[in-house]
Design a protein around this ligand. Structure first.
Ligand code: C2G
Length: 132
C-alpha cells in the first residue's frame, strides 16, 4: 500500500484544494492530511473562518482523504512520515523547494497550484460584494 501525506489549512474548502487532494491520492492508495490546528494557523499568520473540528469534518467527507491528523508545528513532518510509513509527501508548488529536506525519507512532489482560486481571494471578493 502506497501512502501519501500532505499538509494544509484547507479553510473555506474550494476546488483548488480538491484538485490537490485528488492528484495527491492518485500518487498512492492511502492519503493522510496533516490539518493545521487553529493554534498552528496563528503561528502561520492565518486565522481560518472554520475551526479545526469543522475543517476536519469537511476533509473527512472527501472521497480522496483516508485520514486527517493535526498539524501542530513545522517540525512534525519527519516524525509523521516515519510513524505513518509514508512513501510520498506532496504539496502545492507555492511551497516549491521548502520541503526538500524530506527527500531523505520520502519522495517529495510539488504539484501545480490551481490558479485564480484561493481562500484569501474568496474572502476579499465577498467583502467587496457586501460593500456594494
Ligand atoms: N492549493 C492549490 N491551489 C489553490 C489553493 C491551494 O493547489 N488554488 C493547495 C496548496 O498548495 C496546499 C493545499 O492546497 O498544498 C492547502 O492549501 P492551504 O490550506 O493554503 O495550505 P497552507 O496554508 O499552504 O499550509 O506545513 C504546510 C502548511 O501547513 C501548508
Amino acid at each position: 500500500m502506497k501512502r501519501v501525506i500532505t499538509y494544509g489549512t484547507f479553510d473555506l474548502l474550494h476546488y483548488g484544494h480538491i484538485n490537490l487532494l485528488k492528484r495527491a491520492k492518485q500518487l498512492g492508495d492511502y492519503l493522510i492530511v496533516g490539518l493545521s490546528t487553529d493554534e498552528f494557523n496563528a503561528i502561520k499568520g492565518k486565522k481560518s473562518y472554520f475551526s479545526y473540528e469543522e475543517r476536519k469534518m469537511l476533509l473527512e467527507s472527501i472521497r480522496y482523504v483516508d485520514l486527517v491528523i493535526p498539524e501542530k508545528n513545522w517540525e512534525q513532518k519527519i516524525d509523521d512520515v516515519i510513524k505513518y510509513h509514508v512513501d510520498t509527501f506532496v504539496i502545492g508548488d507555492d511551497w516549491e523547494g521548502k520541503f526538500d529536506y524530506l527527500n531523505k525519507y520520502v519522495n517529495v512532489i510539488y504539484l501545480k497550484r490551481t490558479p485564480e482560486v484561493s481562500t484569501t481571494a474568496i474572502k476579499e471578493n465577498l467583502k467587496k460584494e457586501t460593500k456594494l
